[in-house]
Unconditional design. Structure first.
Length: 203
């Protein structure tokens, strides 16, 4: 990559991050209108401190930004009853693909392996690999995760270097948080398909 191309890509990424940080309050307000809130304390949900600890084990050195991102999601939806720890690779030239895998953990017991794949609109060109930590709301059982989850339009934003967007099907809400070079928030456009095993066709 030439110095000019690298400089242009850096400038674009900086501009997009600034735009997203300025528009996050408006986007958050819009998202609140599109999905039900979950705010009860119970033995079936995780506290914010528990989620910060678990997410910290995934993101490591980005702990402060991660804590801010978790707090923002909790302000909107309260306590999740599950989470997914995983990794994801994606590539895009305006429109791209995502492939990921991880482990679903529910508060009331049980874990399940989960894979996901789907089309995305990318903020930049090329590919990247990132850590992903997804908060899961209103999931009645592990089997319910295995379906397509459309992105909530306009819900992608950036907090302290952590990209957050929302996906929803029925009452089940997913809030994936991503950290990595070349962040793409394009999963808010389109959908991700969650499956029991790897599927290479994203549709």
């Amino acid at each position: 990559m030439t110095d000019a191309a690298h400089g242009l890509r850096t400038a674009l990424a900086t501009g997009i991050a600034l735009f997203l940080s300025m528009t996050a309050p408006a986007l958050a307000a819009e998202t609140n209108q599109e999905a039900p809130a979950v705010r009860s304390h119970s033995n079936d949900t995780y506290s914010e401190q528990e989620i910060v600890r678990e997410a910290g084990s995934v993101f490591g050195s980005t702990a402060q930004g991660m804590a801010d991102a978790v707090h923002s999601v909790f302000q909107k939806y309260g306590e999740p009853n599950g989470y997914i720890k995983g990794e994801e690779a994606s590539g895009a030239i305006v429109v791209g693909l995502r492939y990921g895998s991880g482990t679903l953990v529910k508060k009331n017991g049980g874990t399940a392996k989960v894979f996901w794949q789907g089309p995305s609109a990318g903020w930049d060109f090329g590919g990247n690999a990132v850590k992903v930590f997804t908060l899961v709301y209103n999931l009645p059982d592990a089997q319910t995760i295995y379906q397509r989850f459309p992105g909530v339009e306009g819900s992608a934003y950036l907090i302290g270097g952590i990209g957050v967007n929302y996906q929803q099907r029925g009452n089940v809400i997913l809030a994936p948080m991503r950290s990595g070079v070349g962040l793409r928030l394009g999963a808010s456009v389109g959908y991700l398909k969650y499956t029991k095993s790897r599927e290479w066709l994203p549709f």
